[in-house]
Design a protein around this ligand. Structure first.
Ligand code: ATP
Length: 231
């Protein structure tokens, strides 16, 4: 059994340059996310938001500075066990040519139908699924049906939620979801992620109004941070 994390995240003077392009995407940023906090990251396209998520998932190592998880350097943690405790929804949804059920339950062992349905409900995609003739057994992808962008995003959210992660990271994965559905999902997240850490990269102000903290990123730097009211 791997060490459980509490969800405390700290970026300390982190800089990062993409090795293939030489673009310095992150410039000396520092911020802290306490366990249980809901932090939103906003900023223009290309400002470095996804890079922050990528660094947190340790898809890359920092050039300098340090990312600490519960006070321990991220690069010293067991990567598999760390990633298992994070529900990461990437910007580009990745689905398999398989059933909806298997797409949601990807990465967890022996899920029961009830658990899968609960995840689908929390991601506000349950109603869409049961409207398909074969419900959760519906095949998607090459051999199956084509889902809308918003449905894909919500399946991908269900896949993250089903892990009951200690940390949830959404990389702009509500862009194709209408504002009413978005509100439902955010309400559900408030419930399932209570006392757990959430980081949402977002575009719409509606997504972030309940955040404990908002980071405004520009040119790889944090321009402002504070609550919705203070900003
Ligand atoms: P968006 O809102 O469009 O997703 P973003 O704020 O998430 O933008 P990033 O994707 O973090 O921004 O990009 C920050 C900078 O790093 C940009 O200049 C981008 O071109 C560059 N970049 C992003 N991903 C890569 C990559 N895989 N390889 C090289 N450069 C990259």
């Amino acid at each position: 059994q791997a060490a459980a994390i509490s969800g405390h995240i700290e970026f300390k003077n982190v800089s990062f340059t993409y090795p293939d392009t030489g673009i310095q995407a992150i410039k000396n940023i520092s911020f802290e996310v306490k366990p249980g906090e809901f932090v939103a990251i906003i900023g223009r396209t290309g400002s470095g938001k996804s890079t922050i998520a990528n660094l947190l998932m340790r898809m890359y190592d920092t050039d300098s500075g340090e990312i600490l998880i519960d006070g321990k350097p991220l690069r010293e943690l067991d990567l598999n066990s760390f990633r298992q405790q994070i529900g990461f929804v990437p910007q580009e949804v990745f689905l398999f040519s398989d059933s909806i059920k298997n797409n949601i339950a990807f990465g967890i062992s022996a899920p029961d139908q009830e658990t899968i349905e609960a995840a689908a409900k929390n991601a506000a995609v349950y109603q869409n699924i049961v409207e398909f003739e074969k419900g959760f057994e519906t095949l998607i992808g090459e051999r199956g049906i084509t889902l809308s962008g918003g449905q894909k995003q919500r399946l991908s959210i269900a896949r993250a939620i089903i892990k009951e992660p200690q940390i949830l990271v959404f990389d702009d994965c509500l862009s194709a979801v209408d504002t009413r559905t978005e509100e439902q999902i955010l309400n559900n997240l408030g419930r399932v992620m209570k006392n757990k850490t959430s980081i949402l990269i977002a575009h719409r102000v509606s997504t972030i109004k309940n955040a404990d903290k908002i980071l405004v990123i520009e040119g790889g730097e944090i321009m402002e941070q504070g609550s919705h009211r203070s900003l």
